[in-house]
Ligand binder design. Sequence first.
Ligand code: B12
Length: 218
Amino acid sequence: MADMTEQEQNLVNWLADMNEDDAFALAKKMLLEEGANPLRVLELCRNAMDIVGKRFEKGEYFLPELVLAGEMLENIGAIAKPLIKQAPGEEPKKLAKVLIGTVHGDLHDIGKNIVTFMLDINGFEVKDIGIDVPVAKFVEEIREFEPSVVGLSGFLTLAFDSMKETVQAIEAAGLRKQMKIMIGGGQVDEAVRTYTGADAYGSNAVAAVTLCRQWIPG
Ligand code: B12
């Protein structure tokens, strides 16, 4: 990440090095005492997660480190989220409905939870149907909830196939035309969007809100 302060670099390093206590204390200080931008802090956490992921790939870290990384992120997220405010002048409308879930085979949900939270505080009525969501469950929930936007989240490479299957099932059920589908999660990019047949992808929670705003002008 370019132009990081020394303090920000410390946060990234401590998280990546599993220095849980120091990382948590610093994040807390930045957020609660120094008024740091909570979105920036979450972005730094995501950077640290990339380092953790690379160490896991190289065999330097194992599953316990992934679990601890997830816990550290959840704990910092719990402090950061209530501090995230909607853009000034944007009144919550609770008009448009967004259904979101992590696709089948994938249990990663920290990113999805941040997206859900951001959509919620920006006035969307969000229904989060959880993790490892079977294709049929998406279809059933869409019929019931009638969302204008469906968000598919997934971090694993195998999630790309699950996303594609989910989009196809929505199409086969005759529901595709009445909604927009957005996808997201660590490794999702434009090529994945094309592969899955989704309408757009979002690289972070702010992008998810921007997409929904574009599709459903208030
Ligand atoms: C924490 C973590 C875990 C935790 C997850 C805890 C949880 N509750 O989610 C646990 C320990 C459970 C876990 C398990 C596994 N993990 Co893991 N994990 C991670 C780690 C370190 C961080 C992921 C994370 O939360 N990132 C932070 C969040 C905030 O980022 P995000 O999800 O991208 O979300 C943001 C955006 O993408 C976007 N977004 C997210 N969703 C959506 C949706 C929409 C619609 C939109 C628009 C936007 C959007 O907005 C979010 C906020 O900005 C990553 C490494 C990394 N590179 O990040 C590996 C990683 C994802 N895991 C990996 C692996 C291999 C596994 C396991 C298979 C390990 C194992 N051997 O068991 C299992 C899989 C279990 C399963 N079936 O899913 C690999 C995946 C490799 C691959 N190519 O598929 C990674 C990349 C590590 C690596 N480099 O090898 N993991």
